[in-house]
Design a protein around this ligand. Structure first.
Ligand code: UDP
Ligand code: MG
Length: 235
């Protein structure tokens, strides 16, 4: 059985479209599956829609947070609750194309434990976002002892045994790409071009993005801690 974990935050105009697309793709594979929506404290109709889907289709499971905890925590919750032999995490706005699911499954069948996708381009990312993103990955890889795939997204497949190891990482401020990059296992990458969102706008405000980038740095390297110590001594 395959688990598909999807964090959703105010995605009322995407839920049903995404559900239809994933359902169509999964029905064409030979695998049984569950689609696990983690509603990250949405204030629109997201909760009602995922509950309705769960009621009418036994493949769907719906979880709702009491408030917004952020994308990384929502994904983590879904990975904790998933029952599959492989778990695929993907966004619910169609920027992680469901047509790629069979490609991830194929790599898994070939024997890879972690199949990481890499965005080669994002249709709605401007020049500044692309430059800051590539600069960020160069920086974080220069201070981190474990590799983080540049342009890596949280669209990935993990085998059950990798999921079991991942579940032992319990820090609240987290950068899942960094944890997975440092986990070992037989990993491979697949490139894809991220299309525009199907509907709505990005749920990542500048503030959320900066926090996320900062979490990446402070959870993947001890250099900031050392720096703080030396600056403190000097001061
Ligand atoms: N998301 C979430 N909690 C948040 C922000 C985003 O669960 O606080 C979800 C969102 O609904 C989407 C996925 O995470 O399914 C990626 O978010 P988004 O598309 O806004 O990010 P972007 O693609 O712009 O980086
Ligand atoms: Mg998106």
């Amino acid at each position: 059985m395959i688990s598909i974990v999807t964090p959703v935050y105010n995605e009322e105009d995407n839920i049903v479209f995404f559900y239809d697309a994933v359902t169509q793709v999964m029905k064409n594979t030979s695998y049984d599956y569950e689609l696990l929506f983690v509603n990250d404290g949405s204030r629109d109709k997201t909760e009602m829609l995922i509950n309705q889907l769960a009621q009418k289709d036994s493949h769907v499971r719906a979880l709702t947070f009491a408030r917004n905890f952020g994308h990384q925590i929502a994904i983590t919750c879904g990975m904790d609750m998933a029952c599959g032999d492989a778990v695929i995490t993907m966004d619910g706005d169609m920027q992680h194309p469901p047509e790629l699911i069979p490609v991830l499954l194929e790599k898994w069948r070939e024997g890879f434990d972690i199949v990481q996708t890499v965005r080669t381009a994002t249709e709605d990312a401007g020049f500044i976002k692309r430059m800051t993103s590539s600069g960020y990955y160069a920086f974080i890889n220069s201070i981190s002892k474990t590799p983080i795939v540049p342009g890596g997204s949280d669209f990935r497949l993990m085998d059950k045994k990798a999921i079991q190891v991942f579940r032992r990482f319990r820090e609240h401020s987290r950068f899942i790409r960094g944890i997975v990059g440092g986990m070992g296992f037989k990993q491979t990458t697949i490139e894809f071009e991220a299309p525009k969102r199907h509907a709505g706008v990005s749920k990542f405000s500048m503030k959320k993005m900066l926090h996320f980038a900062m979490d990446g740095v402070i959870t993947n390297s001890t250099i900031p801690l050392h720096l703080a110590f030396y600056i403190g001594i000097l001061a």
